[in-house]
Design a protein around this ligand. Structure first.
Ligand SMILES: C=C1C[C@]23C[C@@]1(O)CC[C@H]2[C@@]12CCC[C@@](C)(C(=O)O1)[C@H]2[C@@H]3C(=O)O
Ligand code: AKG
Ligand code: FE2
Length: 363
């Protein structure tokens, strides 16, 4: 558990009032000349890199998009998406608002510090508590409306930030529904059957969950970890990443006994990254698998990512869809709601999904 507050006192002036949340707060990393021991990860290169692997690029405007989306989910659990219809100008605006937020002083950002017991605001990703080393990143989490936290940071100047986040969330929600529709069509559900799938019902409003990640440039990128390996708890996640700065990596199964390897996701301007989350793995009874991913950092350039987590409405239980179980095979997972699953994830981290497994459906 990362409850040790690092001795970086010269680098950050934390008001003593805020000490209970200090374990979640990063020192100012941007101008450090070397990576301090508190942030040095010995395990960064403990798996090979798949230099010849190419993450699939799917154009959603193509007539055979359903097949392309389905194949990419089946084979990779993730893909780069073009032809999505989200204006590049909006992606730029959200990124710019992220830069505006993260370039504030630590004291300023700490006005909206995420503390134990709250799940929104400024701080490190919650999985950091499972590690003895800290991440080379800062995060800002929005669940529902961004207004309350943004107002704490900019009492008078939060409109641009909130406007961009709200519009982005709306478009991401539409896009996530279109993608899940294609994913279910690919898996063999009819239009009629899809219309009965809970999270896709129009009257079910999803609560937007968004994570802005900021990875400052790093003098020794081979020693620092931006965001450690994890799967997302969502049904699907859609990520916008700064163009031209690589960082996101997928863990690609070796297949046939080969070693699993890290594959970089190219930062293509205007392309979004789609990631299959744990709850889609449950809903599809394991036909699509959530992909392990992480973020590494760059020596000369800071990177921003904005991840939209599409989850079901809080009251809806997500269970394997009957038709996707296959004959003679029962459900592989027990049903779970999104809030219940997030709690499990916070407790069990990468074991959360396995904890839902039912032995009868194994195989
Ligand atoms: C909806 C959510 C998914 C997330 C937890 C959260 O409540 C908001 C932050 C999300 C995030 C982003 C970084 C990686 C991750 C594992 C984490 O620590 O916080 C994810 C969470 C998740 O997918 O479980
Ligand atoms: O920075 C990235 O590209 C990945 C972010 C991520 O995995 C997350 O927020 O869950
Ligand atoms: Fe993620």
């Amino acid at each position: 558990m990362n409850q040790l507050v690092p001795d970086l006192s010269p680098l950050i002036a934390l008001p003593s009032l805020l000490s209970p949340v200090a374990a979640h707060i990063q020192p100012e990393l941007t101008d450090l000349a070397e990576v301090p021991e508190t942030h040095a990860w010995p395990t960064l290169h403990d798996r090979p890199y798949g230099v010849d692997d190419r993450v699939p690029v799917v154009d959603l405007a193509l007539p055979d998009a359903v097949r392309l989306v389905g194949r990419a989910c089946e084979e990779w659990g993730a893909f780069l998406l073009t032809g999505h219809g989200v204006p590049v100008e909006l992606l730029r605006r959200v990124e710019e608002q992220g830069r505006r937020l993260f370039s504030l002083s630590a004291a300023h950002k700490l006005r909206a510090a995420r503390c134990d017991g709250t799940s929104t605001g400024y701080g490190s990703a919650f999985i950091s508590k499972f590690f003895s080393k800290q991440f080379w990143s800062e995060g800002f989490t929005v669940v529902g409306s961004p207004r309350e936290d943004a107002r704490k940071i900019w009492p008078d100047g939060h409109q641009d930030f909130c406007g961009a986040i709200e519009e982005y969330s709306r478009l991401m929600d539409d896009l996530a529904r279109r993608l899940m529709h294609s994913m279910l069509l690919f898996l063999g559900l009819s239009e009629e059957e899809i219309s009965w799938v809970g999270p896709l019902k129009a009257q079910h409003e999803a609560v937007p969950a968004l994570q802005l990640n900021y990875y400052p440039r790093c003098p020794e990128p081979d020693r620092a970890m931006g965001l450690a390996e994890h799967t997302d708890s969502s049904l699907v996640t859609i990520i916008h990443q700064s163009s031209g700065v690589a960082g996101l990596q997928l863990l690609r199964d070796g297949g046939g006994g080969g070693a699993a390897r890290w594959v970089a996701v190219a930062p293509i301007t205007g392309a979004l990254v789609v990631i299959v989350g744990d709850l889609f793995q449950v809903m599809s009874n394991g036909r699509f698998r959530s992909v392990v991913h992480r973020a590494v950092v760059d020596r000369t350039r800071a990177r921003i990512s904005v991840a939209y987590f599409c989850g079901p409405p809080a009251e809806l239980k997500i269970s394997p869809i009957g038709k996707l179980m296959g004959s003679g095979r029962g459900p592989a997972y027990r049903g779970v709601t999104w809030p219940e699953y997030l709690r499990l994830k916070k407790k069990l981290y990468n074991e959360a999904l396995a904890s839902l497994r039912l032995s009868a459906g194994k195989g």
